[in-house]
Design a protein around this ligand. Structure first.
Ligand code: UD1
Length: 421
């Protein structure tokens, strides 16, 4: 199995091009199920999660054509053969559940495997299910699969979400475009990926207002047509690479970066002693002093601090001056990177959803293990600043969300390579 070898201590200088957002693309691709006509996505990221979504859509009969080395994806759902999302694919990726809303809307039925181990009514699909039931769907759980039907089609409804779930908002948004009448999503998620999805659906002919606020109103239409849509910049990849010069020193410009995508993150960086400036093509980042300052971070729904940048931020704070407290409020058990960082010499104590990080002078390279996508990248960042060599194993997680990570970091001077076992 491949691993990544990072040798720390080299300052980073140059430009890194930020890709299209994984999480936006994973919602945009299922949107193609809503129309008989093709949906063309440009600026698509080249990632294994995209390959998994492609496999899932192909298993439903969607034609997916990849062009320009995967940067352009053309999806055509004119000859669908199935409305069942099989466990073998869904178990690999939770975002597979985003086919549920579109299938129900256009085909009035769907059978979608639960991502694994979770009962209906509890995590992780209860918000999706309750919302689609409010629109007239009948949904039951049988043999690990959600069996959903909407006889005569979905109906517009008032849909209050008990929590502003990103995936549930996306599923309902897509479903409501073809429902009869008006749907109002209350307590909707406001993430940029939702705004991107709404813009794409509008290009396909949907009537949507209010995306980016907590109330989204959708007027159902009879059919949606063809569209071409550029995937929004990946704000998590952006935030990750913005941190690279904070770890290693130097100055890095993230091409395609936008302040509105990373507002709360940039506020915390400012407190930590990091300068972020807008350039013609993106955002430039440089730390003001040799050592960052400690800062407290609580993860929240957008526009709050993103949970998907918490691991990277924690790794950075391991060598900051002072004590930082990180509170994880979106996911339970999302501190799996802490024990690995401790192996590199960090001083971290975790109690439930709160981690206390006491800054040490330096981290030391060590063999560490990636436990999930964002944890993996936090260990690579830590390796950039650590003394000596860090080997990160189980890096298949990384390939789910970071395209060409070694090339991008090598391009700004990092000493990093992929090693095949
Ligand atoms: C999306 C992102 C993921 C990010 C997360 C939070 C994609 C493909 N993934 O995931 O990278 O970390 O938003 O910003 O866009 N929940 C329930 N019941 C539900 C749905 C969710 O209890 O029916 C809980 C989840 O267990 C979790 C929290 O709500 O604790 C947030 O989940 P949600 O916003 O739905 O995240 P995802 O859409 O899965």
């Amino acid at each position: 199995m491949d691993s990544i070898l990072v040798t720390g201590g080299t300052p980073l200088n140059g430009k890194i091009a930020i890709a299209g957002a994984k999480n936006a693309a994973l919602a945009l691709m299922p949107a193609a199920l809503l129309s008989e006509e093709p949906l063309t996505l440009t600026n698509a990221p080249r990632l294994s999660d995209i390959a998994t979504m492609t496999a899932l859509l192909r298993s439903l009969g969607v034609e997916v054509t990849s062009m320009q080395d995967g940067k352009v994806q053309v999806l055509s759902s004119h000859a669908m053969t199935s409305t069942t999302a099989d466990y073998e694919i869904v178990r690999k990726m939770r975002a597979s559940n985003l086919v549920l809303g579109p299938l129900l809307a256009r085909h009035h039925q769907a059978v979608v495997s639960l991502p694994g181990g979770c009962a209906i009514g509890a995590r992780p699909m209860d918000i999706h299910v309750t919302a689609l039931e409010a629109m007239g769907a009948e949904i039951e759980l049988k043999d690990g699969y959600l069996h959903a039907r909407a006889q005569g089609g979905l109906k517009g409804a008032r849909v209050p979400l008990r929590f502003a779930s990103v995936g549930a908002t996306e599923n309902v948004l897509m479903a409501a475009t073809l429902a009869k009448g008006t749907t109002v999503i209350e307590n909707a998620a406001r993430e940029p990926e939702i705004v991107d999805l709404a813009e794409c659906l509008r290009r396909m002919g949907a009537h949507i207002e209010g995306e980016g606020t907590n109330t989204i109103t959708i007027e159902g239409v009879d059919r949606l047509g063809a569209a071409t849509h550029p995937v929004v910049t990946d704000r998590i990849e952006l935030g990750t690479y913005m941190l690279a010069p904070v770890f290693a020193g130097g100055e890095v410009e993230c091409l395609g970066g936008r302040l509105d995508l990373v507002g709360s993150f940039v506020e915390k960086l400012d407190v930590a002693g990091v300068d972020v400036s807008e350039t013609e093509h993106g955002l430039k980042v440089k730390r003001r002093t040799d050592r960052a300052q400690a800062v407290d971070v609580t993860t929240e729904v957008f526009p709050g601090f993103p949970t998907d940048l918490q691991a990277q931020m924690m790794a950075m704070l391991c060598t900051a001056n002072g004590t930082s407290v990180l509170e994880e409020k979106i996911f339970e058990n999302r501190f799996m990177h802490a024990p690995e960082l401790i192996r590199m010499g960090a001083n971290i104590e975790v109690h439930g959803g709160v981690a206390t990080v006491r800054g040490v002078d330096r981290l030391k390279g060590a063999p560490v293990m990636a436990t999930d996508l964002r944890a993996s990248v936090s260990l690579i960042l830590a390796g950039l600043a650590a003394e000596g060599e860090t080997t990160v194993s189980r890096i298949y997680h990384l390939d789910r969300g970071y395209e060409h990570i070694e090339e991008k970091l090598r391009g700004v001077g990092a000493r990093i390579e992929r090693v095949s076992a």
